[in-house]
Unconditional design. Sequence first.
Length: 329
Amino acid sequence: MPSMNEFGNNLYTGKTSFPFVGRRRLWFIIAIILVVGSALVPLIRPIQFSIEFTGGSQFTVAAPDSTDQQIATDAVKSVVPESATKVVVVNGDDIRVQTDQMTAEETQQVTAALADAYGVDTAEVTSSFIGPAWGESVTRQSLWGLAIFLALTFLILAIYFRTWKMSAAAIIGLLDVLVITVGVYALAGFEISPAAVIGFLTILAYSLYDTTVVFDKIRENTHEDGEKSSRLFGESVNLAVNQTLVRSINTSVVAALPVGAILFIGSLWLGAETLTDISLSIFVGILVATYSTLFVAAPLYSLFRENEPQIRERDARIREARQRAAVEA
């Protein structure tokens, strides 16, 4: 069995090659299934948005003797029976209760009810309120931030690579990452908060970095090919992806390990709930970003370019030369 160094060298020289471009139809079908499936997840399990987006009231009970969440639900229902209530344990020993928007009088009554139910002083129960207008503002700004990020990404990549087709393939790859990550997020039942949005933008930046490195190698290979190359355009693209494969895997593993530690050890095991939103989005996003660069963005760029007259003519000459060589042999 070849060592990792030998395996990497074989990938770089083309002795070992994974058909990223050659079997792109299969990868595109899988990508479409993942995207459509992720888009359908909210129909089965609606996306949960945090109070920062929806608005409402929030109460925190500091260090009660019991962390039974049903106690908080019953306390809120005793004051406002029809209120939708979400209760979670934060920092291991605090109770956080989020409800629909309440009046000042209802807020005081719920505070007293929670204090009485958990046997703590009312001073240990803090309350806060987020209005719907502020939530709408956060939502609007998040969407604007995403739109501006994608627009600038498209422009900068088009200028850097001197072709809009590379930029378009990269943007489609980014959208693929975003949709699948949000779908996994909804399937896991986690709520989308401002921290999660930051995580989404972070993994889009990571995906962009990974795609740029791979595309830079693709540009190098296809530029060096010229008219004398013995490789088809798709083969040059595939070689570039294989040449950067080990680097992509190593980068993803190194990036995912600390985030995974925060998610699985800090958030899920030790109960640091405040870290869950951003760590889950980044962890899933890193894995999906690596997949998307290799199996979606790079093969898609090859598809965009192969029908250009100059490239099509060159590929036809290479195929004819191979056929002549095969006949002569």
